[in-house]
Design a protein around this ligand. Structure first.
Ligand SMILES: *[C@@H]1O[C@H](CO)[C@@H](O)[C@H](O)[C@H]1NC(C)=O
Ligand SMILES: *[C@@H]1O[C@H](CO)[C@@H](O)[C@H](O)[C@H]1NC(C)=O
Ligand SMILES: *[C@@H]1O[C@H](CO)[C@@H](O)[C@H](O)[C@H]1NC(C)=O
Ligand SMILES: *[C@@H]1O[C@H](CO)[C@@H](O)[C@H](O)[C@H]1NC(C)=O
Length: 492
């Protein structure tokens, strides 16, 4: 009963506040309005200058160095799909080695579409006139202290120098060595999955666990390629020289970039197609059972056995790239199928090799690389960052192996690749019940071009089918690679 009265009393008191108190209230209201005015002005300023499209304006000191970049503001609203023109390459080279190593870049660099430079320590004498990659001389790197090699500082700084050029419409900076072979179409496919306006650091680590232990599992190893989004490049450019001073005791250039990226706090986005190839011996096992991911790069090519037996490495790469040019997204992708009548297993690495086993081997085993290689540092049998199967040194206990020897375009979107039997030394003496007891000399593989969009979804290994009921005509069989039916499995 008392309650309403009490309230009424309060209300009436409110209306009879003394004049002095009224003044204070008005002042308080004015202060409040002023505060909210300031708040809204700063909000407007904040959204103007910090909305994503403007995030990656050049830092102040770089504006001063190259004012011409400011004029390219319209690149910031380009939201079309990523293509090769959005990538700026920066290859680490030296005047001494570039002459010989420019050979590798010739395999993949298309001067009409590929942008970027090889960065050299000094002007090279007698350059190959046909060298495709334009060069630049690194500057300003000699001022940095270093414990191991000065060139590691120089090469880490390519990141900064590439950015500083201020070329228009760059979404991604890709660093590699002068002996890195990139597969640019697949690089574009992979980068197309990511937003260059965000802070991305993309690459792969070493195949040898000992190397990852010594350096880092979370580091993009430089030979396989280090990718930095434009947004991250802005941040890196600001701190790079400081980093180079702080981490003078590091060994490699990739480690220095990694240390800087870590100061920004960005983790590695690991893509399985980047290959440092920190392995020795024969990379066959890995390339014959590549992870289900587009092939982006190969490195340490000089240090490895030729990819194709009894051939030079340059010829090997030329062959591999001839298939890649026909169907970039499919290169070295594996398909597995069986000839149940004969009890054979077939594993295809498209554009590279086919293995036939005269026995049934599970898909789980076939997708595991044969251990044809050793580790990088200690030449041990492992461990690697992938599982391996033991490779019997007796050629009769190895599968029958076939290597790419022909590629042919069929219609607008098909291909036929031909693979020829290779008999290892001593393998001609195999008899009766051996694993390689397969009376096939040539394999024809037909496939439809793999749509790069395939790599934007959850990947699934494609299926294959032995054609003509498994008939062997003149030592030849025909296999077709196809999308698996929804319920289809690869079952022995
Ligand atoms: C600025 O960039 C342009 C190319 O966009 C280049 O020609 C020029 O040399 C650069 N200037 C400086 C000072 O780096
Ligand atoms: C790449 O995309 C840009 C637009 O984002 C376009 O102007 C350019 O022509 C494209 N280049 C190629 C090589 O497709
Ligand atoms: C580059 O363009 C020229 C002129 O259009 C053409 O003749 C040449 O074949 C192209 N080169 C490559 C590697 O695509
Ligand atoms: C290796 O190549 C040479 C020359 O091309 C050829 O005569 C020889 O038969 C090849 N050896 C094997 C094992 O294929």
């Amino acid at each position: 009963m008392n309650q309403p009265c009490h309230d009424q009393l309060k209300v009436s008191r409110f209306f009879v506040i003394p004049e002095k108190v009224g003044h204070i209230v008005i002042i308080l209201i004015r202060i409040g309005m002023l505060v909210s005015l300031v708040a809204s002005i700063s909000l407007v300023l904040h959204t103007t200058f910090f909305k994503p499209d403007h995030w990656f304006r050049l830092p102040e000191h770089l504006h001063l160095q190259n004012a011409s970049f400011i004029g390219t503001g319209d690149s910031f609203i380009d939201t079309g799909p990523t293509n090769i023109s959005h990538i700026q390459f920066g290859l680490g080279g030296s005047a001494n080695t570039w002459r010989d190593r420019s050979y590798y870049s010739k395999l993949w660099w298309n001067p009409n579409t590929t942008r970027g430079f090889v960065w050299l320590d000094q002007k090279p004498r007698n350059l190959h006139s046909e060298s495709l990659v334009p060069f630049k001389i690194s500057r300003g790197w000699r001022q940095f202290k270093h414990l191991h090699s000065a060139s590691a500082v120089r090469i880490a700084r390519i990141m900064y120098e590439s950015f500083k050029l201020g070329l228009p419409n760059v979404r991604w900076f890709v660093m590699g060595d002068d002996d890195t072979v990139f597969f640019p179409e697949n690089l574009v496919t992979v980068l197309g999955k990511y937003d260059h306006n965000q802070l991305y650091y993309i690459g792969g680590n070493s195949e040898s666990v000992e190397q990852d232990n010594m350096h880092s599992y979370d580091m993009a190893f430089g030979g396989g390629g280090i990718v930095v989004s434009y947004a991250l490049a802005v941040q890196l450019a600001r701190i790079m020289d400081g980093c180079l001073h702080r981490y003078f005791y590091f060994y490699g250039s990739d480690q220095r970039v990694w240390a800087c990226v870590n100061e920004i706090g960005v983790p590695l986005t690991h893509e399985k197609g980047f290959h440092q190839l920190d392995i020795r011996g024969d990379p066959y096992g890995l390339l014959a059972a590549h992870p289900l991911a587009p092939l982006v790069s190969l490195h340490h090519i000089d240090q490895l056995d030729s990819f194709f037996p009894n051939d030079t490495q340059i010829n090997s790469l030329t062959k591999l790239i001839s298939a890649y040019n026909l169907d970039p997204a499919r290169i070295v992708q594996q398909s597995i199928c069986y000839d149940h009548t004969r009890g054979w297993s077939v594993s295809i690495s498209w554009g590279y090799t086919v293995q036939i086993y005269a026995m049934l081997v599970s898909a789980a085993d076939l997708q595991m690389p044969l251990q044809t290689m050793r580790t990088w540092r200690s030449s041990s049998n492992g461990p690697f960052t992938f599982n391996t199967r033991w490779m019997n040194p007796d050629p009769c206990q190895q599968p029958a192996m076939f290597f790419l020897d022909r590629v042919k375009k069929v219609g607008s979107s098909g291909s036929i690749t031909g693979y020829k039997r290779f008999v290892a030394k001593g393998g001609d003496k195999c008899k009766g019940s051996d694993l390689s007891n397969v009376e096939v000399q040539r394999i024809k593989v037909s496939a439809l071009k793999l749509d790069p969009e395939y790599w934007k979804k959850v990947p699934r290994r494609q299926c294959c089918q032995i054609m003509d009921g498994g008939n062997i005509k003149g030592g030849k069989i025909h296999i077709r690679i196809k999308k698996c039916r929804p319920q289809e499995t690869t079952t022995m």
